[in-house]
Design a binder for this molecule. Sequence first.
Ligand code: HC0
Ligand code: SF4
Length: 575
Amino acid sequence: MVNITIDGKQISVSENTTIMEAAKANGIPIPKLCYLKGINEIAACRVCVVELEGKEKLITSCNNVAEEGMVIYTNSPKVRKHRRTTVELILSQHDCQCVTCPRSGNCSLQKISNDLNILEIPFKQELERQNWNRKFPLIRDSVKCIKCMRCVQVCDKVQSLGVWDVEGTGSRTTVNVSGHRTIESADCSLCGQCITHCPVGALAARDDTEKVWDAIADKNKVVVAQVAPAVRAAWGEELGIEPKDATVGKILDSLKRMGVDYVFDTTFSADLTIMEEGHEFVQRFTGGELKERPMFTSCCPGWIRFIKTQFPHLVRYLSSAKSPQQMFGAAMKTYFAEKIGVAPENIYTVSVMPCVAKKGEREMELFYGEYAGHDIDAVITTRELAKMIRSAHISPDTLKDIESDRPMQEGTGAGVIFGATGGVMEAALRSAYYIIKGQNPPVDAFTAVRSRGFNENDGVQEANFQINDITIRTAVVSGLSNARALLQKIERGEVHYDFVEVMACPGGCVGGGGQPIHDGEERAFERGKNLYYLDDNAKLRFSHENPDVLTMYEEYFERPMSHKAHMLLHTEHDA
Ligand code: HC0
Ligand code: SF4
């Protein structure tokens, strides 16, 4: 242990603790802009400076370790003066039009500037906005960038894609797409992790809320919405609703109050996906159809973008099942359209997703059907949902817990856990067991695939299961750097699996790029626990027991993997 004094408080901390961490652990938060634990510890912004007694020069607290006897001041006049000048200089190169910024109200620069009482910028502003394709799902506004390097580091270290880099020198130093590429050609997975780790509004998801409002206002359109599993675990954070009160039923109520005609829960189609993917897996596994293994899950569009650009030769191992989002869109424009007697082209399908890549998925040609165009017409993120609730002047405490509409009403606990890493695998194994043995496994038979928390096992959870005389070798991975390492091991023949689940975002969809942003905090694991709690308390725990899914097969798709199911619920990914 080392003993130090911070702002007059005597503190003992273990060795190698940074001054910033020591202060934080003792209730003294030091402001910062660029620091991200384990990812960006480069002291680029210099906002976290502190005064060390006996030293003339201020030191940065994020990358200096507490040493025995140090006497530190985090808010002395000298520190405040220096910090203020630093922030003023940053503001001189920042577009300060806060009211029109996507991060207004949730911006670390705005907060620090306010806290330092900066009411005008004493330096001349010189801003030159770089061009950007604003139709792309990921938007970068160069004049908001504060060159903190977080996006560079997250994309490189966590996602192994290196989309961003520094260009220019001196005062012209800026961040841009690396290698002079355009964003469209930069192999971006659209995971959105650079957005959720940006401290300001330089990176954002394309806003699609106006499209949804237009569809709601269009009398010729029947607007049908679905809400993804992971959204329920986080939407309340944006609106100040406690996790236990932030139910999916209240999201459905909010959508109805905004004018959406029919509301559904994506857990229904997660169960449908399990029926298709579970049968596909058992067929591939037991039929000898695919000697080459493993089968990869195909529901995460960030992962699909990644494999197509980084490992195109492995694309053929992907399950052909569409993701729950796309399956639901196809079912809404066929089965449901028929049920309510509306022409498919008059159905407008909206999804509320924790994800930016889902915006890209909806646009893929693969998901454009003859029956009524795109399966999905608009995708909004959890953040956009909260914005729509606010703009509709809906007071969160007036929301009621309502049920999904019929006939696609039920969703099981197996569908809910899709939103956490390991959830798709666990749900699929619960049903694969049933398909193979004709009886249910104990419901907790496959919990070994669940994540044990961040930074455990390099993000890979391996488990083998015995069903009859078959051993199924599984692996679950989240985060694309982890996925890359796993794929390389598979290619080198160092590991052998039958079934692999990949989610692009660390922790799965709960940590998605469209979720609420809490600067510098990782909440995916906590949100995931919420989904497992919902599964524990669900009335149905097996996708193959979802009565509304079974009715839909009886009335429409006949059986899993039928010709009709192939036409509407599967796709052929090509590299
Ligand atoms: Fe997910 Fe999904 S679980 S990808 O994370 O499979 O976005 O929540 O909606 O489609 O269900 C996201 C979340 C989904 C899909 C589902 C899958
Ligand atoms: Fe990198 Fe993901 Fe951002 Fe694309 S969205 S630039 S892959 S972090």
